[in-house]
Design a protein around this ligand. Structure first.
Ligand code: FES
Ligand code: FES
Length: 159
């Protein structure tokens, strides 16, 4: 089986896997990071969202052979202690209900705020439309993204 050298959350991992193995299973089963969730498995729900080279990607539909030298970031990698402004806002607004979709939601929100520091409702709707929440937490997600945008701009927070 082919061997891949993946950088996941800043750490190097030597992985032996079939070239078609979805990155989701590499992350969960071979690297052992279970914060990234399996929802639909067909790129439709966003539960498995991670960042590849800084951009959000559906890891259930992304073969490990296509990662190349791009850095992989999972929910475990955005902060060591839940101190990312998006995590702080998620907790403050009590966004999660069952929580299953939320690591994917957070990864999409982090990518949105990296690209757009001041998103409008429409920007948020557009960026988050591929992340499905069965519990209907969308209003709290929008509120948390807005509050994270404001907090990210404060001088105390350099992120
Ligand atoms: S599990 Fe990947 S998009 Fe649904
Ligand atoms: S919080 Fe339950 S699916 Fe989103």
């Amino acid at each position: 089986m082919p061997v891949y050298n993946l950088k996941v959350n800043g750490k190097n991992h030597r992985i032996e896997a079939d070239e078609q193995m979805p990155l989701l299973w590499v992350i969960r089963d071979l690297v052992g990071l279970t914060g990234t969730k399996y929802g639909c498995g067909i790129g439709q729900c966003g539960a498995c969202t991670i960042h590849l080279g800084g951009s959000p990607v559906r890891s259930c539909s992304f073969p490990v052979s296509a990662v190349a030298d791009q850095a992989v970031t999972t929910i475990e990698g955005i902060s060591a202690d839940n101190s990312h402004p998006v995590q702080i806002a998620w907790i403050a607004e009590q966004v999660p209900q069952c929580g299953y979709c939320q690591s994917g939601q957070i990864m999409s929100a982090v990518a949105l705020l990296q690209a757009n520091k001041n998103p409008t409702d429409q920007d948020i709707n557009d960026a988050m439309q591929g992340n499905i929440c069965r519990c209907g937490t969308y209003p709290r997600i929008r509120k948390a993204i807005k509050s994270a945008a404001i907090n990210s701009k404060s001088p105390q927070n350099g992120r």
